[in-house]
Every structure is written in C-alpha cells, then in structure tokens.
Design a protein around this ligand. Structure first.
Ligand SMILES: *[C@@H]1O[C@H](CO)[C@@H](O)[C@H](O)[C@H]1NC(C)=O
Ligand SMILES: *[C@@H]1O[C@H](CO)[C@@H](O)[C@H](O)[C@H]1NC(C)=O
Ligand SMILES: *[C@@H]1O[C@H](CO)[C@@H](O)[C@H](O)[C@H]1NC(C)=O
Ligand SMILES: *[C@@H]1O[C@H](CO)[C@@H](O)[C@H](O)[C@H]1NC(C)=O
Ligand SMILES: *[C@@H]1O[C@H](CO)[C@@H](O)[C@H](O)[C@H]1NC(C)=O
Ligand SMILES: *[C@@H]1O[C@H](CO)[C@@H](O)[C@H](O)[C@H]1NC(C)=O
Ligand SMILES: CC(=O)N[C@H]1CO[C@H](CO)[C@@H](O)[C@@H]1O
Ligand SMILES: [Zn+2]
Length: 501
C-alpha cells in the first residue's frame, strides 16, 4: 500500500522536468522490491524502474502513467530479474595478491602466515595494496556486490593506508572504509595511525565519492586501557559512518564482545558497529545487540573454510548481515555466501530433529530470508535503510540478472532463481549510486582495466613467490593458554596411506 501511494505521488512530481538530472529507465522487468508490512521481498512483474541521478525516483507497472524525462536512457529488462545490489559487510580488500595460496589453510595458520601481523606488513608496498584492492573490487562489482564494509588492516604505514583508500575511491564501489588501528612492531604506533587517519579524513575527494570513513579495531580485550580509550574517543569525535571489530568467542577468545564493548560505554553508539563472525555469541550478548541495534557480519564460507564455526550466530539472524572476509581464498560474490549459509543453516536445524529420530515437516530457512540477509540486512547493519532495497527514494544500487541462461531458464520465483540458481555469469548490468559499473556483462571502469590487471599480476607474482618460499608454520603447543593445538581428522579420497593433499 505504502509503495503504491509513493508511486502516484511521484508520477505527479515528475510532471516538472528535472533540467540537468541524468536518468535511466529499466523497462518492464521482474523487480524484487520489499514489502514493509510483511517484511518480505515483494515481487513486481512487468515493472519499470526510473533512476534519477543517484536514487530510484519511480517504480511503476505497465498500467501506470509516469512522466519520463526526454533525455532518459532506456534499458529493456523484459524477461530479466532486477535486484538490489548485494552488500558485503566484512572484507579485507588488500589481500587479492594471495589468490589461491590459502586453499587449505586454517585460521590458526592464517594469523601467522597471511594476516595483518604476518610478513605482509613488510612485504606489501603501497602499489601492492593499491592494485590488489582495485583488482579485488573489480571481482566484487562483476558479481553484483555494490557495497562493501572493508576492515582495512593494510594500515602498516601512511603509504599503504593511503593506497588502500585511493583504490577504494578510484573503484566506484560504495564502501565503508574502516581504518584498522593495531599494534605493529615497525614503529608506526597507534598514535601515529590515529594522526594518519585524521589526515585521511580531510581528503576532499571523500565529499564527492561513495566512500565513507570508519574505524576497525580488535584490541578491546588485549590492548592497554589508554590505547582503547584513545580509539573510543577518536570514534566518538570523528563523525565516522561505521565501526567494526572481529568477535569470535569460544576457544578463539578474540573477545571484542558486545558485553565488553558495553562495559566501556561503547555499544549504544550513534554510528553502527558491525561485529564480524560472532561465532560463539551468548544469548546475553545477542540481547545487547538487539537493544542497541548493532549487527553481526556472518561470513559463511570463511567460517567453514578456516574453521571459525558459527555455533550460535544462527540465533541472532535478525541482527545479522553477510560478508565475504578473505576473498583470496574463495568466492567474492554475496550470493554464494547466502546460498552456503542457507543450506548450512538448514542442515544445522534438520540435524536437531534427526538426532531425535524425528523427521522435519518444515524447512528451517527460506530463500527469501537468505536474499534479505544478502541485501537489505547489509544496509540496516550500516543504518542505511536506503541501501540493499529497491524502492522509491533508495540509492540506485541495482543488479540485473539475465533470466534466460541455461541455469536460470524456467524460473517463476525470482528470489529463488537468484539465490539458488544464478551464477556471476548471469549478472548483466550493475549500477552503483546511479552510475554504470557493469553493462552488457562488461565492467564499466574509470581506469584502463588491462593496465590495472597487468600491474596487479606483476604484484601478485612477486608476492606469491615470496609466500611459496616461506615455510608453513609449525603449530605446536598452545594456540593460547588453555587452548592447545590438535590435529583434525583429515580425509583422503584415494585408498592407501599418505595419499592425501
Ligand atoms: C507488460 O506491459 C506492456 C505495456 O503495457 C505490455 O505491452 C506487455 O504485454 C506486458 N507484458 C507482460 C508479460 O505482461
Ligand atoms: C593517493 O592519492 C592522492 C591523490 O591523488 C595522492 O596524493 C597520494 O600520493 C596517493 N597515495 C599513494 C600511496 O599513492
Ligand atoms: C558527518 O558525515 C556525514 C557523511 O557521512 C556528512 O553528511 C555530515 O555532514 C558530517 N557531519 C559533520 C558535522 O561533519
Ligand atoms: C541508547 O541511547 C539512546 C539515546 O541516547 C537511549 O534513548 C537508549 O535508551 C539507549 N539504549 C540502551 C539499550 O542503552
Ligand atoms: C590500456 O592499457 C594497455 C596496456 O598498457 C594499452 O595497451 C592500451 O592501449 C590501453 N588502452 C587505452 C584505451 O588507453
Ligand atoms: C598404513 O600404515 C600403517 C603403519 O604406518 C600400516 O600398519 C598399515 O598397514 C598401512 N595401511 C595401508 C592400507 O597401507
Ligand atoms: C596451497 C597450500 O597451502 N597447500 C598446502 C595444503 O596443505 C598441505 C598439507 O598441510 C600442504 O603441504 C600444502 O602446501
Ligand atoms: Zn576478517
């Protein structure tokens, strides 16, 4: 009802032509909108979307009269699915050069070998960070990811920090670029990092861009209270758009938990806080997130791949969005994350009945819910109800799927088609903030893509050579006090001894 009312108001408003506005009309597709009454995706058949500058200005059916500006760019979308752009709420964009190196790594190994405190801090130059960040964002845009919260921990020097921000600004993706403050051994102290961050905040390019500044910090349970307080003060006084922290719990510790943040008077904040993983979150911490409207970022593939697990995050999906995490190890598209999450949640709750020798009569999670996690929930995690949704007034972050590929052909439910049948090859058009980022399956970039990819490949070859020559760490003794390393059962798909890997 609400949407209909908006539409009629808008068709009147459009009688006054907007002189210099740019507009794009997606004509006659199947649009996945949102129904505020039922809080579910709302499918609109044979519907058109008018984009004016950076926002959606009208959504209308074939029988509705809407005045269309004469200079409009018409894009036919008959037979296609028009979806909101996908939102990735947890990523470390600088790591692209490692691609395929971590194919069978574990989280404990990752910390030593690939993370922000590994040799990366001395090996990666500003150029490595720049080209990796940019080439990685190309992959995201190509897959219909239009928004990213980057936990940017390549902040090892003013140069590598600036390079990451530069690539983000140059990419044209919508980003919450969260500068990570961390204790380094190279002399670039947290106080230096704070000064560097404040300098970057003054960058005039931010005013014309779709990049917003945020802070990433993991030190709440490990750093000195002085350091923690200086980061809290900075966050509260810098008009940031997001704050993010890793939170695992259970045997991982790494406990930047909601209750710890709350005890520091740092949970009920005016800006959004996104806690990545929350694998072993307690019921009490989940309640704190609801009370303060803060979100977790579930990264299904990373939590499976590395073994973080997600024991309890499944119970706080009303305050959750999806993320990719380390894109060098697996897929960057949020649809794959949604699909993996959907099927693993189904299994998790089916098992509860099976363990009791009972047979479920219902499915524990629907494709609609997975779709919302991948889109609108990401916007809500960032307190941006105008992101991850197709409705009048929302940001024009739009993805058009070709509905006629061999894998898509025959769909009637567009949400199920996207979540369970699509692949990146079906992403035909991508718009971010009303601007083309992919058109007719080709990326639309400000840079010379060939040149960027050549520079990235040179960087990746250099980085990969160094890592291949670095022996794998020998993980013996304790991961941390009271938590020993152990050997997991490993499978061998060929008969005989020692034929694995
Ligand atoms: C969509 O609307 C157009 C314009 O009114 C009409 O010609 C066409 O038949 C409709 N298509 C479908 C599939 O309903
Ligand atoms: C980032 O871009 C700005 C503006 O072009 C430039 O001054 C700065 O040197 C760049 N940073 C790096 C590390 O190249
Ligand atoms: C705070 O940042 C937002 C954009 O994120 C901007 O619109 C607003 O003007 C800023 N406020 C101040 C006081 O700088
Ligand atoms: C959070 O802060 C707001 C505004 O200061 C206040 O109204 C609200 O009660 C607080 N909520 C909690 C759970 O502390
Ligand atoms: C893009 O870069 C490549 C490689 O440097 C070059 O061969 C090509 O001419 C460039 N294209 C344009 C349009 O500048
Ligand atoms: C595997 O190795 C163990 C001892 O190392 C040996 O006892 C066993 O027979 C071997 N099994 C096979 C299938 O070769
Ligand atoms: C790419 C990679 O890291 N491969 C490793 C997978 O695990 C085996 C066993 O630990 C290693 O030998 C490989 O190097
Ligand atoms: Zn992470």
């Amino acid at each position: 009802m609400k949407n209909l009312r908006y539409r009629r108001l808008l068709s009147l408003a459009l009688l006054v032509p907007a002189a210099s506005a740019s507009s794009i009309l997606f004509e006659g597709g199947t649009v996945i909108s949102f129904d505020h009454t039922t809080q579910t995706p709302r499918v609109l058949q044979n519907t058109s979307i008018l984009v004016t500058d950076d926002r959606i200005s009208a959504i209308f059916g074939a029988d509705e009269a809407v005045t269309i500006p004469s200079n409009v760019e018409r894009v036919p979308v008959q037979g296609k699915i028009v979806s909101p752009g996908f939102v990735d709420t947890h990523r470390h964009g600088w790591q692209t050069a490692y691609k395929t190196l971590g194919s069978n790594t574990t989280l404990a190994e990752y910390f030593v070998r690939y993370g922000e405190f590994s040799q990366a801090g001395t090996v990666f130059t500003a150029d490595d960070v720049y080209y990796g960040q940019l080439a990685g964002i190309y992959e995201a845009l190509n897959a219909g990811v239009t928004s990213i919260l980057d936990h940017a921990h390549s902040t090892w020097s003013p140069e590598t920090s600036s390079a990451s921000l530069n690539a983000s600004l140059d990419s044209g993706i919508r980003m919450w670029w969260c500068y990570a403050f961390h204790d380094l051994t190279n002399g670039f102290s947290v106080q230096d990092q704070i000064a560097n961050f404040q300098e970057l905040l003054q960058d005039d390019r931010l005013l014309q861009s779709v990049v917003e500044m945020g802070i990433a910090y993991d030190g709440f349970s490990s750093a000195s209270s002085e350091e923690i307080q200086s980061v809290i003060n900075l966050a509260k006084n810098s008009n940031i758009s997001a704050f993010t922290s890793h939170f695992l719990g259970g045997p991982w510790f790494y406990a930047n938990s909601p209750s710890l943040l709350n005890s520091l008077d740092f949970l009920n904040t005016t800006f959004p806080i996104v806690l990545s993983h929350a694998s072993f979150i307690s019921a009490e911490d989940a309640m704190l997130l609801r009370q303060t409207n803060q979100y977790i970022s579930t990264t299904p593939e990373s939590e499976l791949h590395y073994g973080h697990d997600h024991q309890h995050s499944a119970f706080i999906q009303d305050q959750a969005a999806l993320g990719v995490d380390t894109h060098f190890t697996y897929s960057t598209d949020i649809i794959t994350q949604a699909r993996l999450w959907l099927q693993s949640i189904r299994l998790k709750f089916y098992q509860q009945t099976l363990n009791n020798w009972e047979i479920a009569r219902n499915s524990p999670m629907s494709a609609n819910q997975a779709f919302l996690l991948a889109t609108r929930s990401g916007g809500l995690a960032l307190r941006r109800p105008d992101i991850g949704v197709l409705e009048v007034g929302a940001k024009a972050d739009i993805v058009v799927f070709d509905g006629s590929s061999p894998n898509m052909l025959g769909w009637s439910d567009p949400v199920a088609a996207v979540i369970l049948h699509s692949n990146v090859g079906d992403v035909e058009h991508v718009l971010v903030d009303g601007e083309w980022r992919k058109r007719d399956r080709q990326l639309v970039l400000k840079q010379n893509r060939t040149e960027i990819e050549q520079r990235f490949l040179e960087s990746a070859r250099r980085i990969q050579d160094i890592w291949m020559q670095t022996p794998l760490p020998d993980l013996q003794g304790d991961f941390q006090p009271g938590v020993p390393y152990a050997t997991a059962y490993s499978v061998d798909v060929v008969r005989g001894n020692e034929t694995g890997y």
